[in-house]
Design a protein around this ligand. Structure first.
Ligand code: GLN
Length: 366
């Protein structure tokens, strides 16, 4: 039998729907994602930790869940909101339904709600807190609890590896600083023959340099980039090195910018989807990119740094990339490792590998 579930928002609105996934109430920051596909990658992307995701595409779950497309095996999202839930998926790779996958991850979902109206609300008022409850009779109390709810501030610590892990390769040695990395970042480096040392987010610059890396990769990750001042200090020390290539993605981009003296701010409703147009300011070329971020680098603030803006979002004009004026250091706000169809941005990994080879004449540490 269908089980009732209600989505309540901080502004007092209440959406009655039906439960799927885990049988439990939840609370989190409610955001929306506009991707027409990719719900499996989205639900398993650690950058969504603490958030309830509303999918604007009206039918979710239709190609099921497979064993290959996870971005991480410990999803941190707090809930999923869909309009129509496909109960009978069809795809040759599918091994379970979305409902089964969410139950396995202990994440609740709600379906049968007007996701369009929720999205409009978030677009107008900005991201807000939301909750799933089994009974919404005491709405005032639920809203008061929502208003009092403190969003978590330690999402990065929760997601990062606790110990060093190494992945062998014949190519350049990369230390991948893990703030909640997506598997595809590691896969893109390994595909290019890199040796990868996955390091906890708070590894010191000294310990990182002791590995004699040919390059540093800063991963994506959840939450506010200013919540990890220790990592910002470490990155500052790494940037100060003579000739150490560095590539940052999403949170990594924000951290390189902060470490260089720029500032970040919270966007009204963020960028979450699979076809965000981004312009390369040097060539004018536009890439269709996958994105998932709620914060952005203040482009004005780059003026006081050694970084220059390289990319801009065409939807709202916000910053999407930077590079160092003199050093082999660059980063992008979007996700070049994602392949939501377009693979326009994938070349950035080649660029990073070329930089490492050029900087140190290949593998120096051998
Ligand atoms: N995908 C990410 O790395 C997100 C970065 C950061 N947590 C933000 O929301 O802006």
């Amino acid at each position: 039998m269908k089980q009732r579930r209600f989505l309540v928002l901080e502004d007092g609105s209440c959406y009655p729907g039906y439960a799927f996934g885990a049988e439990k109430d939840t609370i989190g920051e409610i955001v929306f994602n506009t991707g027409m596909t990719g719900y499996q990658e989205t639900l398993s992307d650690p950058s969504y930790t603490g958030q309830i995701i509303t999918f604007t595409y009206p039918l979710i779950g239709n190609y099921g869940i497979n064993e290959d497309d996870y971005e991480g095996m410990h999803p941190g999202l707090k809930g999923m909101v869909v309009h129509e839930l496909a109960e009978h998926p069809s795809n040759f790779r599918s091994t379970k339904t979305l409902d089964e996958a969410l139950k396995g991850f202990d994440v609740p979902g709600i379906y049968g709600v007007d996701t369009r109206s929720i999205t409009k609300k978030i677009r107008n008022a900005g991201v807000m807190r939301g909750a799933f409850v089994a009974n919404a009779d005491n709405l005032d109390e639920i809203v008061a609890n929502l208003k009092a709810y403190q969003l978590p501030v330690n999402e990065i610590q929760m997601n990062s590896t606790k110990e060093i892990k190494t992945y062998s390769g014949e190519g350049p040695r990369v230390v991948l600083l893990d703030f909640g990395f997506k598997d595809n970042i590691l896969a893109e480096l390994l595909k290019r023959g890199c040796e990868v040392i996955l390091a906890p987010w708070n590894t010191s610059a000294e310990a990182i340099l002791a590995y004699k890396p040919d390059g540093i990769m800063l991963s994506n990750g959840p939450g506010d980039p200013t919540s990890v001042p220790e990592a910002i200090e470490t990155i500052k020390q790494l940037i100060a090195q003579e000739n150490l290539p560095m590539f940052g993605i999403c949170l990594g981009h924000q951290l390189i910018s902060l470490a260089s003296g720029a500032t970040t701010y919270k966007l009204k409703f963020g960028h979450r989807g699979a076809n965000h147009p981004v312009q390369d300011l040097a060539t004018g070329k536009v890439s269709l990119t996958s994105q998932n971020h709620g914060y952005a680098v203040n482009e004005e603030s780059l003026k006081q740094t050694d970084l220059v803006a390289t990319h801009r979002a065409l939807n709202d004009g916000t910053n999407e990339g930077v590079k160092h004026k003199t050093k082999p250091i660059f980063s992008v706000q979007y996700h070049p490792e994602a392949a939501p169809g377009p693979r326009d941005a994938n070349y950035l990994f080649d660029q990073f590998v070329d930089m490492m080879k050029a900087a140190q004449g290949g593998k120096q540490h051998a």
